[in-house]
Ligand binder design. Structure first.
Ligand SMILES: [Zn+2]
Length: 308
């Protein structure tokens, strides 16, 4: 019997990553291309739509030509979706696009079924199906990057909310109010636990500029400011996960993103704060795992959407 193949696509800020994947989650072929969707002409709706379709067509078509057995395309895209109607409701990267029928337009152009969904949700699905979530009925997935993103699979189903905006966990109020967040509020998780926040907090404490990777290395060498900043990031993550678990009773959590390079520093503080804020029957029952898929969660999640 011929194997089933899907094409998973992960749209990032500057890159498009693509992989042809079989049903076991094995990557058969992959490619990565530089592509920017956030050009300034993207403010005008028709130009924005044409730009998105052109960029994606150019990236995807060569993979379809090489693998005619691909049965569908699953796309993780930075934006909010109404999956029932196949609409991209809005995208922070492309302000001109509103209520855009991406699935239908791109599917027609490529003559292949297309499903697009919020990138963090797609990564959560990839992790659930092929990574740290394997075997669990539900998974809470967090990504620590420029901000803190999240996705959730509940009882084997991806949950994205009534309007596609569920799991804005980066904006849960679990941290001290000292800094204003990009969303306009204070005390958001991502003002303490994103890779960006870790670098900025380290600079404020030490007077030295460093990115999250440098901070991790300094912590490994015993630098007190670096250790403090990562400990605080771990604590706020633990607090946010505790609140989410109390709401949803999810027993498995995975975390991905560049900051997980500091796992040895994050995890003890995270676990301690998590247990301190759970109700007794849940204490010790929550597994928090470092992602096992790293950068591949998005492309594998895209493929999982096709197979589901
Ligand atoms: Zn916020």
């Amino acid at each position: 019997m011929p194997e089933k193949l899907a094409l998973g696509v992960d749209i990032g800020g500057t890159n498009i990553r693509l992989a042809v994947v079989d049903e076991n989650g094995t990557v058969v072929d992959r490619s990565r291309q530089e592509a920017r969707l956030s050009r300034h002409d993207a403010n005008e709706p028709d130009a924005a739509a044409a730009l998105v379709l052109d960029v994606m067509d150019r990236a995807i078509r060569p993979m379809l030509d090489r693998h005619p057995a691909v049965q569908g395309i699953g796309i993780g895209f930075p934006g909010f979706f109404d999956v029932h109607q196949g609409l991209l409701l809005s995208s922070p990267n492309i302000p001109g696009l509103q209520d855009f029928p991406l699935d239908a337009m791109l599917g027609k152009r490529l003559a292949c079924p297309v499903q697009a969904q919020n990138d963090a949700s797609v990564a959560a699905l990839g992790e659930f199906r092929f990574g740290a979530g394997k075997g669990a009925p539900s998974l809470l997935h967090l990504t620590l990057g420029t901000g803190v993103g999240g996705g959730v699979v509940l009882g084997h189903q991806l949950y994205t909310g009534d309007g596609g905006m569920a799991m804005e966990i980066g904006h849960m109020h679990v941290a001290p109010d000292d800094r204003i967040c990009g969303c306009g509020a204070r005390g958001c998780l991502e003002t303490w636990a994103s890779a960006t926040a870790v670098a900025e907090r380290f600079a404020a404490l030490s007077g030295k500029s460093a990115d999250a990777r440098d901070v991790t290395q300094l912590a490994d060498e015993g630098d007190q400011h670096a250790l403090t900043v990562l400990h605080d990031a771990g604590r706020t993550l633990g607090r946010a996960i505790a609140e989410a678990v109390k709401l949803l009773d999810i027993r498995r959590v995975s975390i991905s993103g560049g900051l997980t390079g500091a796992w040895n520093h994050l995890a003890p503080a995270l676990q301690q704060e998590l247990d301190a804020h759970l109700i007794p029957p849940l204490v010790g029952k929550i597994e928090v795992l470092r992602s096992s898929l790293a950068d591949d969660a998005g492309i594998l999640g895209g493929a999982a959407m096709v197979f589901d």
